[in-house]
Design a protein around this ligand. Sequence first.
Ligand code: FJE
Ligand code: FE
Length: 295
Amino acid sequence: MSSSSQNFVSRSVIKKVFAKHQKEGDGAVVRRGISRSEQKLLDPFLMLDEFSVSPPAGFPDHPHRGFETVTYVLEGGITHQDFKGHKGTIYAGDVQWMTAGRGIIHSEMPEEEVNKGLQLWINLSSNEKMIEPNYQELSHSVIPKGEENGVEVKIIAGESMGIQSPVYTRTPTMFLDFTLDPGAQFHQNVPESWNAFAYVLESGESGAVFGSSSSSPVSAHNVVVFGPGNDGVSVWNKSSSKKLRFVLIAGEPIGEPVVQYGPFVMNTQAEIDMTIEDYHYGKNGFEMAKFWRSQ
Ligand code: FJE
Ligand code: FE
């Protein structure tokens, strides 16, 4: 039913956010699409950055606790090293789904001249914030792809066109990378209780139309926040010459208080204070904090 236009009532666009440039890490600049102001509307999502970074800039040794980071490389490569000896490089089309849990200290550094991608932060529920860290690394070759009627979708998490991603999402999440040919349209089902947004990566003039066929087009580098609805999301590529590429991301809201201090996301200020202490003294998951440095 995902591609049938009959009786499909799309969620409508309730907010658009242009992802402004912002400094992050060491000499890196990111476009921040989701930040604190969207966290309530888009629970369980905490942050979305579109990065474009060239050496020597990057994201050297820094900690995380209490959530997951999903890094999706669009161009170039990102090498990751952590304080438990985990090391790897992901290239264009590859995904690293990292559960920081009780604690990770890592570096994320660019490999090539131009390195672009997305990093999404997904919150964990209170009973999973202190779990052991975990990685799911997905080569582009194992990310399933669907294709129909001028619509191509890479299924990073969740399901589309009847195809299921192999990723395990602790917080139930959908992460789809769509490319629509000029004139193509698509209807994607999204579970009713989930929050959903799109982020436009590439679009022709007046190309990206979401919600209803007559709504105003959205340009690249915008987050489109969808309101509630049963059926999901409709999209049209109204450009006559250019492809439309966007990611559609949705997740089951956790419904708990969020207290964020930079790369630490917990439920209360007391837990943040404890996290800063754990990081400082190297305990409760940060044991290697005092000794480890990336190479
Ligand atoms: C961070 C310091 C950091 N956006 N997009 C403090 F280095 C980071 C951080 C990143 C990041 C990394 C990649 Cl690969 C892509 C990013 C921020 O690593 F989030 C905070 N708070
Ligand atoms: Fe990080």
